[in-house]
Design a protein around this ligand. Structure first.
Ligand SMILES: Cc1cc2nc3c(=O)[nH]c(=O)nc-3n(C[C@H](O)[C@H](O)[C@H](O)COP(=O)(O)O)c2cc1C
Length: 516
């Protein structure tokens, strides 16, 4: 089921009893957060909320918590179970070369389905109903201040669109934006994210090779923006990189913007795959980028290659404020929007919140993709309480000595899973979704000095405890049964389990026992 746009999605939520309209006046400064936080913490994540009377923003509606339950997440992706998506991915990955005409014919439906993935550029779309080249102010939108110690007001659900200067491929990433004033905002792409690499690539090509060590200013700038290009010799990079931001898209694209996809896969295609219908795009007015035709609001603009500004602090999904840091500045050149636009947003904070459900969906959808590299993985659990990147519990079909450590290293080498601070590996007969069982195994099965492995590497920018920003240690716990070939020669005890015959006898007599 593909939703045409945000409004179509809102109608579907309302029909399903998944949306509450709030007509009382509420303030976008802190109040919407407090209300949404209480709703998010209620059973099953509470309903989506449409605030229709936002203080100081007559005519504006604010949508929040649209992804905030297991059911809404499934509705957003048009499935009864997230495993359906995993199965579809698996089918595509499982394709073998067709043998003969019949097998080729059998593949036609799959090829036809693939045709739906590619985005379509159309002449115009509703996002152009109003075009503002001069008379705009970012704070004409009801941008939230989420938490008391936030540095200001943050756009929290933007689909940020950039183009790879090397390949021309587009990326859509969700990176928060701190509104500085009417026409500028922070661009919080963390340095390991795809748009940050586009930015560095733009810098690399903007630094002329002058045959001498780079100037201190160039090194400083490069280092603070990710450092990868320090070897590029030259002066401070000149120029800019174009960026477009879509706010209030149909749900598959907003979700695709969060998915940790390989850098070369366009999220427009992922959204097409998820909704089984192409995403329609229109060209921007002032930059050479395309945006979803039905988006509620589009911000067009650029970031200068030599300009950084303090961003944050911001009450983050870790449950703590992420510290201030330097990030590029987005300059808006044009705003286009639908008539009576709906501002889509979210809040993050102590889990569980809306993003917890998005993260759980990613966990399910990524399982088949993880198995491409690590086929021994049986199941994965990223507990919401550990804020995803801090803890991954993984069960494996262990086949050779040291297998658990191979899996840990494979996960740390896999895209954004590199951020996983702690990986716990258990045997396949442990249900990783049952955290009690996991704790029992880990506590019983490990000899800590032997089974805990530390490594160093990149860590999430939001980690406030690492020795350096973005760089620190990670831990793997091998809680699998240890084998003689791993140097463990003592007998390994059996797990306590009642035999089936006794269980059946007790089942039969249970009522007579008068216990409950
Ligand atoms: C609500 C929300 C806000 C997010 N904010 C940021 C952010 O400010 N900066 C960032 O680098 N990632 C942020 N993320 C995570 C990225 O969206 C995610 O890592 C995504 O895969 C990045 O896309 P990319 O792989 O195309 O860079 C956020 C995710 C969610 C759900």
């Amino acid at each position: 089921m593909a939703y045409d746009d945000l409004r179509d999605w809102i109608s579907a939520l309302e029909r399903a009893g998944e949306l509450k309209r709030v007509r009382a006046e509420v303030d976008p400064i802190l109040e919407i957060t407090e209300i949404t936080d209480r709703v998010s913490k209620s059973a099953d994540g509470g309903p989506a909320l449409l605030f229709e009377n936002v203080k100081g923003y007559r005519g504006w509606h604010v949508l929040i918590n649209q992804f905030g339950s297991a059911r809404r997440m499934r509705m957003a992706l048009g499935v009864d179970s997230l495993d359906e998506i995993a199965t579809r991915i698996h089918q595509f990955l499982d394709v073998k070369s067709p043998d003969g005409l019949l097998e080729k014919i059998k593949m036609l439906p799959m090829l036809a389905e693939m045709g739906k993935f590619f985005p379509k550029t159309v002449a115009s779309g509703q996002c152009k109903e109003v075009i503002r080249r001069d008379d705009f102010d970012l704070l004409q939108m009801p941008v939230l201040q989420c938490w008391p110690k936030d540095a200001g007001r943050f756009i929290t659900l933007p689909c940020v669109i950039t183009r790879d200067p090397k390949t021309g491929k587009r990326n859509v990433g969700m990176y928060r934006m701190q509104v500085y004033d009417a026409r500028t905002a922070g661009m919080h792409w963390q340095r390991q994210k795809v748009a940050a690499e586009h930015y560095r690539d733009a810098m690399r090509s903007a630094i002329p090779h002058v045959g001498r060590p780079p100037s201190a200013a160039a090194v400083d700038l490069m280092a603070r923006t990710g450092g990868g290009a320090i070897e590029a010799e030259g002066e401070r990079p000149q120029g800019k990189m174009e960026v477009a931001v879509a706010i209030g898209t149909e749900p598959a694209l907003a979700f695709a913007a969060v998915i940790p996809a390989p850098p070369d896969v366009e999220e427009f295609m992922i959204a097409g795959f998820l909704r089984q219908k192409p995403v329609e795009l229109v060209k921007c007015e002032t930059v050479d980028l395309e945006v979803p035709a039905t988006a509620e609001i589009v911000l067009e603009g650029y970031v200068n290659l030599d300009e950084l500004r303090t961003e944050g602090p911001f009450g983050d999904h870790t449950g703590f404020y992420s510290l201030e840091d330097l990030y590029p500045v987005f300059h808006v050149t044009c705003v286009t929007h639908r008539k009576n636009p709906i501002y889509a947003t979210t809040i993050v904070g102590k889990p569980p919140m809306e993003d917890a459900w998005m993260g759980k969906a990613i966990e399910r959808i990524f399982l088949p993709l993880m198995r491409v590299t690590l086929p021994e993985i049986v199941d994965v659990n990223l507990p919401v309480e550990a804020v995803f990147h801090n803890l991954m519990i993984v069960s494996i079909r262990k086949s050779y000595p040291g297998h658990a450590r191979k899996v840990m290293n494979g996960i740390w080498a896999m895209g954004q899973a590199m951020f996983t601070k702690c990986i716990v590996v258990v045997d396949e007969d442990c249900d990783v979704q049952n955290v009690r069982d996991v704790v029992l195994r880990v506590a019983n099965h490990i000899d800590p000095e032997r089974d805990i492995q530390f490594t160093l590497g990149p860590v999430d920018s939001l980690d406030h405890s690492s020795r350096l920003p973005n760089f620190g240690s990670k831990m793997g716990i091998d809680a699998t049964r240890k084998w003689p070939t791993e140097g463990f020669t003592r007998p390994w005890p059996d797990e306590i389990r009642m035999d089936e015959a006794t269980k059946r006898r007790v089942d039969a007599m249970w009522k007579k026992l008068g216990i409950d």
